[in-house]
Design a protein around this ligand. Structure first.
Ligand SMILES: Nc1ncnc2c1ncn2[C@@H]1O[C@H](COP(=O)(O)OP(=O)(O)OP(=O)(O)O)[C@@H](O)[C@H]1O
Ligand SMILES: [Mg+2]
Length: 371
């Protein structure tokens, strides 16, 4: 089934693994959860030898175990879960994994935008059916959140802080009363949430602040802050995990020298520390330099080498992709990258030579082309 989708949701992609975990799971499960909290943690963070399982469960989300535990415990309580952090820190991915493991459904998602209305989180009407047959439960279109309530499963709300305050207010009543009333109908006009219903929301800390959430809504969520991964070892693992998946998906055979992965990680680490010591926004790249962006750079370089290169990833190509992805504002971002190439890459290439030398040349060319 997952072969004919451009991107399968986690419950489809890992269906076989989830079935297996369910079959060996004898731990206590809250509500109608498909897996116990321990098994959910294991599914997300991967197994270790000490777990004594017959097969190895790969790690899917990389980050502190305490975040995952707090997230699971929150969902077993009657509060919603709000994952907050910089762009590209894996919030949506973690929300998807949690929903897949808890209820095998991660697709009941509402995307928060400035245009999201109350209808998107409650219900709307099929106009032609209303004209033909009048307003009834049949002519009502439940939102993903309402569907989640009726099914006793997890509903997701992406980018919560982008939605307007009346939408956020509608969520308050859903989270506290756990029902939605449908005043247009005379009977059968309340939809009650079934046990197991909860909401996982995500919010990007670079967008309009979380402080803009009303305090009433804040009280109904437990916050879990996801930091940018700065540990090089975990970051290398995430990048490798995603890259292998990409190569498989495109059926690409490509040589990926480990030294290039090091260069990528090192340059992101350098640029991050430069951003941390910058005194104004103009001295800071617009990019959050998250792991997701690192993956994006590598993906770009891999596809470039695959389609236009000679099936080996070269440092030059990598440099081109890095500059291309990070130079969003001209001239600010280009100036920052130029400074980095002069001040850091050049001395490194003098000392290390080899791929750093190629990286230096590739970056210089790309910066010159964009300037
Ligand atoms: N800690 C992580 N573990 C595993 N994968 C990660 C991690 N961080 C980022 N990624 C990868 O980066 C990609 C982007 O992450 P995701 O979309 O979940 O970020 P996000 O925090 O929701 O960002 P945004 O705020 O922009 O929506 C994911 O597909 C995932 O593969
Ligand atoms: Mg997201």
């Amino acid at each position: 089934m997952s072969d004919d989708m451009l991107r399968a949701p986690a419950e489809v992609k890992y269906a076989e693994e989830l079935d297996w975990l369910e079959s060996i799971d004898d731990g206590p499960k809250p509500f109608t959860w498909r897996l116990s909290p321990r098994m959910i943690r294991l599914f997300i963070l991967g197994s270790e030898r000490s777990d004594g399982l017959d097969r190895q469960i790969p790690q899917k989300w990389f980050g502190d175990r305490s975040f995952v535990e707090r997230a699971i415990v929150t969902l077993a309580s009657d509060r919603g879960l709000l994952l907050i952090g910089d762009p590209g820190t894996g919030k949506s991915w973690l929300a998807e994994l949690l929903s897949a493991a808890i209820c095998r459904n991660s697709t009941l998602v509402v995307q928060g935008t400035a245009g999201t209305t109350e209808d998107h989180i409650k219900y709307s009407w099929n106009v032609s059916m209303v004209i033909a047959k009048g307003q009834s439960r049949e002519s009502m279109i439940p939102s993903p959140i309402m569907t989640a309530m009726e099914g006793g499963v997890i509903g997701r709300f992406e980018e919560l802080t982008r939605s307007t305050s009346d939408v956020q207010d509608a969520l308050i009543s859903i989270l506290s009363e756990k029902y939605v009333s449908i005043p247009e109908l005379d009977d059968d006009n309340i939809v009650f949430a079934q046990p197991g219903f909860s909401i996982i929301a995500t919010a990007n800390s670079r967008d309009r602040g979380v402080n803009d959430l009303s305090s009433a809504l804040k009280r109904r969520f437990n916050f879990v802050r996801i930091p940018v991964v700065t540990n090089k070892k975990s970051e290398a693992e995430i990048v490798r995990f995603r890259t292998e998946e990409l190569l498989r998906r495109h059926q690409i055979e490509l040589d990926l020298p480990p030294t290039l992965l090091d260069i990528l990680l090192q340059s992101f680490a350098d640029l991050r520390s430069a951003a941390a010591s910058a005194t104004s926004d103009d001295e800071k790249l617009e990019s959050a330099l998250s792991t997701a962006e690192q993956i994006g750079v590598l993906e770009d370089a891999i596809l470039h080498s695959h389609f236009f290169g000679d099936r080996v990833l070269r440092a030059q190509t990598l440099a081109g992709s890095l500059v291309g992805s990070l130079a969003r504002r001209s001239p600010e971002d280009l100036a920052i990258l130029n400074k980095y190439w002069h001040g850091v890459v050049e001395p490194r290439s003098k000392k290390g030579g080899g791929p750093w030398q190629e990286f230096l040349e590739g970056g210089r060319e790309a910066i010159a082309t964009l300037s």
